[in-house]
Design a protein. Structure first.
Length: 248
């Protein structure tokens, strides 16, 4: 999570679905064909989905930059990234329910889309609620989950391509399982990264507030251990708490 190459890798992972989405937008202006007929009657959801997913993927990638995360840019970009993620997820759910199935899709793939789309919405909402209550650790973990689901389209390309090379274009249940495996892979990585990130997330605000509530200065274990022990000059070091309180 600390490497500066991570944002670049995430942008690269999102490049193929972003390019495919841009190509899909161009077909909406073309005459109606069998490929774009299901979008022609209601093009707004697909436009919202592609634009929202593109902004969410690109801006969200830079939210993992250590330098930017410590600046005000992270907060300002988050106010754009999170709504775009919700737009992408909600429009994707609407399309799954309202649009006719594409050739090769089926009930299993539709179920996967509904499940993971709902998980994405829940993750982003929980991430927003966590930052509102200043819980930085929970905010980071939930946002990692939401982003992992949102960029799974890139992982789906990586997972499906070897199958296409060896066995040809998958269809039906095989295609659904390959796409579902990409969501599972991303969520597994998200849980691992969120756990590592949660171990190092700061809790300074929570500790400060708790100290004010208790009315007592917090003393480190090392200070408490050495308080009252004789120093090298033969006198007791008994002013540890007072010093800690004066520095606080």
């Amino acid at each position: 999570m600390r490497t500066k190459r991570l944002p670049a890798a995430l942008v690269l992972l999102s490049a193929v679905p972003i390019i495919a989405g841009a190509a899909r937008l161009t077909t909406l202006a073309a005459p109606v064909t069998a490929e774009n007929a299901r979008f022609a009657a209601a093009p707004v959801p697909i436009v919202l989905h592609i634009v929202g997913a593109t902004v969410f993927s690109l801006l969200g990638a830079f939210q993992f930059s250590p330098g930017l995360r410590r600046s005000s840019w992270h907060r300002r970009a988050g106010r754009i990234t999170l709504p775009c993620g919700l737009i992408a997820a909600l429009s994707g759910l609407w399309m799954t329910i309202a649009y006719p199935d594409a050739p090769g899709d089926g009930q299993l793939l539709a179920t996967f889309r509904l499940v993971f789309g709902t998980l994405m919405v829940v993750s982003l909402v929980q991430g927003y609620r966590a930052i509102r209550r200043r819980d930085l650790r929970a905010h980071r973990v939930w946002m990692i989950r939401g982003y992992a689901i949102g960029v799974a389209a890139g992982t789906q390309v990586v997972v499906t391509l070897p199958w296409v090379v060896v066995f040809g274009q998958p269809g039906g249940t095989t295609r659904a399982l390959l796409l579902g495996a990409a969501w599972v892979i991303n969520l597994g990585i998200a849980e691992w990264a969120g756990r590592r990130s949660g171990q190092s997330a700061p809790h300074r605000r929570t500790r400060t507030r708790q100290s004010l509530v208790d009315g007592q200065p917090r003393v480190s274990r090392m200070s408490a251990r050495w308080a009252g022990r004789p120093s090298g000059r033969g006198r007791a070091v008994d002013d540890g708490p007072e010093r800690a309180g004066s520095l606080g």
